[in-house]
Design a protein around this ligand. Structure first.
Ligand SMILES: Cc1cc2nc3c(=O)[nH]c(=O)nc-3n(C[C@H](O)[C@H](O)[C@H](O)COP(=O)(O)O)c2cc1C
Length: 287
């Protein structure tokens, strides 16, 4: 269980991108929500990442699956590239319509300190429980993605200005142990992003090669993301949110590795009903 400084506690989270911008999920998931097989109210939900200005990214709604590929039911590769209509749109059109019983954390990506502070100001007063800083999108053109000093600078600036607890979202390609140690007292939890194709498969051709390779997630990246959980839990006091759950037993494995909460990500693409099923089973067996 992770308890943030505003006293919001959570054990089960939905990772950014899994349930769209408002927690209701993507249109193909709505029927599951209507019949209760997907219950967003069980989770603390991170929105899909917002940027200061609208960003077209690579996603085209007419053919979304050209930038998201499933890997034999065991994970996903995506190169969406933070397609979103921008934070003003979210504040004006999306935030007011979010159901009152949804627990929402906003995910933001800012290219520099100025943009970050602007975005934090725009989110002030919104019904959110925290801010997740996406410091690690494998498909973002914002550059400096793996630059430790840039990441630390953004997190410290966010801490100065944010009325909300902060979550830092890091990547396997970061100097993540060093970053986490430096962020003690600055951020309140660490989340883990998908892994750039090249970091796992090297020069092997990605099905999304024309979009830069994409980010890989799900069961196939457990050796990488769980290594991060292991190392981070041992080396920092900041609670870590464990990713890449695929089977029910993965939850216990992640808690044993030191994760203090679970974040369900690309499992929603292959088995959108599983997280709800797993959480209900967990709460029944291990309340
Ligand atoms: C289709 C898709 C879209 C995603 N969009 C975002 C995003 O907008 N922001 C972000 O920080 N992470 C995004 N992610 C990464 C997930 O939040 C998560 O960190 C990653 O998939 C690793 O967790 P997993 O192995 O449990 O899937 C996305 C992942 C997928 C598969």
């Amino acid at each position: 269980m992770i308890t943030l400084s505003n006293r919001h506690s959570f054990q089960f989270m939905v990772a950014s991108g899994a349930l769209s911008f408002d927690g209701r999920g993507w249109p193909w998931e709505w029927p599951l929500r209507w019949c209760g097989l997907l219950d967003p109210s069980l989770f603390t939900i991170v929105t899909k990442t917002l940027t200061r200005l609208p960003r077209p990214g690579n996603l085209r709604w007419s053919h979304p699956w050209s930038v998201v590929k499933k890997i034999d039911g065991e994970g996903a590769i995506n190169s969406i590239g933070l397609t979103n209509k921008g934070i003003d749109w979210w504040c004006q059109k999306v935030a007011p319509s979010i159901p009152a019983n949804y627990k929402i954390i906003a995910s933001i990506e800012a290219k520099d300190r100025k943009e970050l502070v602007e975005m934090i100001r725009l989110l002030e007063g919104k019904k959110i429980l925290g801010l997740e800083l996406n410091l690690s999108c494998p498909n973002s053109p914002s550059g400096r993605g793996s630059d430790t000093s840039h990441i630390l600078e953004l997190c410290r600036e966010a801490k100065k200005h944010s009325p909300y607890p902060l979550i830092a979202k890091l990547s396997f390609t970061h100097d993540y142990v060093r970053i986490a140690k430096e962020l003690e007292g600055v951020v309140e939890a660490i989340a883990i992003n998908s892994i750039p194709w090249k970091a796992i498969f090297g020069e092997k051709q990605s099905p999304l090669a024309r979009y830069g390779g994409g980010g890989v997630s799900g069961k196939v990246v457990q050796p990488f993301t769980w290594k991060m959980v292991d190392e981070l839990s041992k080396s920092t006091k900041i609670p870590v949110i464990g990713p890449s759950v695929w089977e029910y037993d993965d939850i216990q494995i992640l808690f044993d590795k030191g994760a203090q909460a679970i974040g369900f990500g690309s499992i929603f693409l292959s088995y959108p009903w599983r997280p709800t099923l797993y959480v209900k089973r967990w709460l029944k067996n291990k309340p």
